[in-house]
Design a protein around this ligand. Structure first.
Ligand code: FES
Length: 125
């Protein structure tokens, strides 16, 4: 980094970064590292994105007013029990998630605030 160049202000960064000014409700992180991918995490990711887009809930380039961001992440240590899906700010880590589980997670947890207990394997905080 150029030490002589001052760090941009938060306002300058916000002008370049639409997500800073938007009140996201939740982030869904789907692990797409090696073991989770081998267990089908790409299909889980696509199932989340497809349903969240269909319900106008996904924050992405095509919808800057969506309340939920869904992104990939690297390994979190659930390699033997993946696909791993993490939901923040709740700090809920799911394991063994399949595309068939996605509608229940969206309905119960993302929309209703109630985690799907049969898939929860870790809680942060
Ligand atoms: S590969 Fe997904 S948790 Fe390790």
């Amino acid at each position: 980094m150029d030490e002589s160049k001052p760090l941009p202000t938060p306002e300058e960064d916000a002008a370049l970064t639409p997500i800073m000014g938007h009140a996201l409700q939740r982030q869904v992180l789907v692990c797409t590292s090696k073991s989770c991918t081998a267990n089908g995490s790409e299909a889980v990711l696509e199932a989340f994105k497809a349903q969240l887009i269909a319900e106008n809930l996904l924050f992405y380039k095509g919808n800057r007013s969506g309340d939920i961001q869904c992104i990939t992440c690297g390994s979190v240590g659930f390699c033997a029990i993946g696909p791993a899906v993490l939901v923040y700010p709740d700090g809920i880590w799911y394991a063994h998630v399949t595309p068939e589980d996605v509608p229940e997670i969206i309905e119960s947890h993302l929309k209703g605030g109630v985690p799907v207990e049969r898939l929860v394997r870790k809680r942060l905080g």
